[in-house]
Write a protein that binds this ligand. Structure first.
Ligand code: UDX
Length: 438
């Protein structure tokens, strides 16, 4: 059992703190946000993350997990301090390290000799070195800074913590690395011990590679649409090659979330600073921007103008099993619909409201009277919805599916027009074709 402090109670900090407590450590999470801390102290989990709330509450009850706003209290006697503060995007796309710097400067007032600082926040390669110099400038104490990036996916973060693919430990000091190994000793996850810069790069390169896979399959899907292939079959066939792998080959309206868009941009900036432009990755981002507009393009082609159309937007979260709408393709889709003077109304099973568009938790309500529907998130409540519902609630059922939730064959004999990604459109029953335009 180790005594651990975690600075930052955002997504990464809260999941990491809770899971470390579940491994048997005594963890204190600290944040400057008083409201957040007092609600966490009362056992309220602010995130929609499956399994997190009960785990947090049981650790609170067992006294393994504590929350405070007082940094000194959190780090007193702590053998390891995890930095899990945000690294938002600067205007030029680079990562803003001011929260990390601030945390280190505050920490410099309280550390003891030999303190172990572990960087969990996603930071550009070279940050470990910067953290060391920030600390050295303020403190005479000896300390070690280890880079230990996280690979948690929203919606499956607990599983990813306890049964991840790898634990990456970047350290210049073998003892410090060893100590971190002890913290994770209960986990059977494979370890990779490396230098700090490589550890930092592993995180960025992994996210950039996955983003590239998505933009790649999206490019193939556009060509399939033009030539007449089926992207689902193509992705399946590609994925059967173990060198390629089947994951992250789902074509759709692009990637969103707090990591991929931000980290790809930041890596492009890092590359620029080394005078080695990462053109491939810049294109990955361009493809993703274009992909976000795909359903609108299809609707414009279908209707000519979207002015005055009532649109049911199905799904707001950037992916299922989260309430996170950061960089969600659904959000840009709604904004574009509004620019085109359409009237969007959104359904999402967990996102209850957004400032610029009405939201309902009843899919029937949103579909009723809609001119067409657009699927943005593959929630099971959307993908498992009986096609009868579209037929019975909509004026003339027209569905634009941005996540390929249905198979075109499902529509055979149905009174529904179906447009999806990287596959041919199904135009509905013959008699409806006459009323196809407007
Ligand atoms: C990602 C990384 O997977 C994780 O390791 C890292 O720590 C944080 O960033 P996350 O942002 O939670 O995790 O979501 P992820 O499941 O990776 O999906 C990201 C986006 O890509 C979503 O918008 C999703 O819809 C999209 N996506 C994913 C696709 O469009 N197609 C795919 O095949 C896979």
């Amino acid at each position: 059992m180790k005594k651990i402090a975690v600075i930052g109670t955002g997504y990464v900090g809260l999941v990491t703190g809770t899971c470390l407590a579940s491994l048997g450590h005594k963890v204190t999470c600290v944040d400057i946000d008083e409201k957040r801390i007092s609600s966490l102290q009362d056992g309220h989990c602010p995130l929609h993350e499956p399994g997190l709330s009960p785990l947090m509450q049981s650790n609170l009850l067992e006294n393994r997990l504590q929350f405070t706003t007082v940094l000194e209290e959190a780090v007193q006697g702590a053998e390891a301090i995890f930095i899990a503060v945000g690294t938002p995007e600067n205007k030029d796309g680079s990562a803003d390290l001011s929260y990390v710097k601030n945390a280190i400067e505050n920490l410099s007032l309280y550390i003891n000799d030999g303190t172990l600082i572990i960087i969990k926040s996603t930071v550009p390669p070279g940050t470990n070195q910067k953290v060391r110099s920030w600390m050295q400038a303020r403190s005479e104490r000896t300390f070690h800074v280890v880079s230990n990036p996280e690979f948690l996916r929203e919606g499956s973060a607990l599983n990813d913590f306890f049964y991840g693919d790898r634990i990456v430990i970047g350290s210049t000091d073998s003892k410090a690395g060893q100590f971190l190994e002890e913290i994770y000793s209960k986990l059977k996850t494979p370890r990779l011990l490396t230098d700090p810069l490589s550890a930092e790069m592993i995180k960025y390169a992994s996210n950039a590679f996955l983003a590239t896979k998505i933009s790649f399959i999206n490019e193939i899907s556009s060509i399939c649409e033009k030539l007449g292939g089926d992207i689902e079959q193509v992705a399946q066939g590609m994925g059967m090659d173990s060198r390629i792998g089947e994951q992250f080959l789902r074509a759709g309206i692009g990637f969103g979330g707090s990591c991929f868009p931000k980290d790809t941009k930041a890596l492009v900036q890092v590359a620029k600073e080394t005078a080695h432009p990462f053109n491939l990755l810049s294109t990955v981002m361009d493809v993703n921007e274009r992909q976000k507009n795909l359903l609108i393009e299809k609707a414009l082609k279908r209707y000519g103008s979207l002015k005055g159309k009532n649109v049911a937007v199905l799904g707001l979260a950037f992916k299922p099993n989260t309430d996170d709408i950061r960089e969600s393709p659904a959000v840009s889709l709604i904004q574009r619909l509004q620019q085109l003077e359409a009237n969007p109304t959104a359904y999402d099973p967990v996102v209850k409201s957004i400032p610029f568009c009405p939201v309902s938790d009843s899919i029937h309500e949103v579909l009723t009277g809609a001119d067409f529907a657009m699927i943005c998130t593959e929630w099971s409540s959307i993908c498992d919805l009986s096609l009868d519902v579209y037929e019975t609630t909509m004026k003339r059922a027209v569905l634009f599916d941005g996540r390929n939730c249905y198979a075109p064959e499902d529509f055979e004999g149905r009174n529904i027009e179906y447009h999806s990604v990287g596959r041919q459109a199904y135009e509905g029953l013959r008699e409806n074709k006459k009323t196809h335009k407007h």
